[in-house]
Design a protein around this ligand. Structure first.
Ligand code: MG
Length: 172
């Protein structure tokens, strides 16, 4: 592909990056929350790892097109569910975070997919322990009229992907 063909796409990705960051903030998540989880995941393997470096890797993950698309899709469904704009039976399943629904995890896997098997392992770990902001989102999602069904998995997946990106970067 020629440079002139690539350039507009790159601009669109930057624009989408800004929208994704803003959308996450509107849902109560800042990239720093995600960086903290990535740091907690990796600090036992890399004792000198800094918060700033984790934040850099979180930003790198969110710059990826497939990640942006997953975030935009998932958050949109959470928001539509809250507004009562989805039809049944999907509406009830999302508003109640129905355990056997499973598409929230599948969508999130498209985020960690970029980073290979270590991404999947980290995601499973985070999904089980619900550290930091994820636990808060999980609790908040149980409140009446609130839907974080996709958001908690998306945040966990970005943290897992960033941790995996760091692990690959410092692999010996
Ligand atoms: Mg979920």
């Amino acid at each position: 592909m020629s440079q002139s063909f690539n350039e507009p796409n790159r601009m669109n990705d930057l624009k989408k990056y800004e929208i994704v960051v803003q959308r996450l903030e509107e849902r109560g998540v800042i990239l720093e929350d995600i960086a903290q989880i990535a740091l907690d995941l990796q600090i036992k393997y890399l004792p000198k790892l800094t918060f700033e470096l984790c934040l850099e890797h979180v930003k790198k993950v969110v710059m990826k097109r497939e990640v942006q698309h997953a975030v935009l899709t998932g958050l949109e469904l959470d928001i539509l569910a809250e507004k009562g704009l989805l039809s049944e039976p999907l509406s009830e399943m999302l508003l109640n975070d129905y355990g056997l629904y499973g598409i929230d995890e599948i969508l999130a896997l498209s985020i960690v997919n970029v980073y290979g098997s270590i991404g999947f392992t980290n995601f499973g770990y985070v999904d089980k322990l619900k550290p930091g902001i994820i636990g808060k989102l999980d609790k908040e999602g149980k409140e009446e009229g609130r839907c974080n069904t996709f958001l908690d998995d998306i945040v966990g997946a970005i943290a897992a992907a960033a941790a995996s990106s760091i692990a690959h970067r410092f692999a010996v």
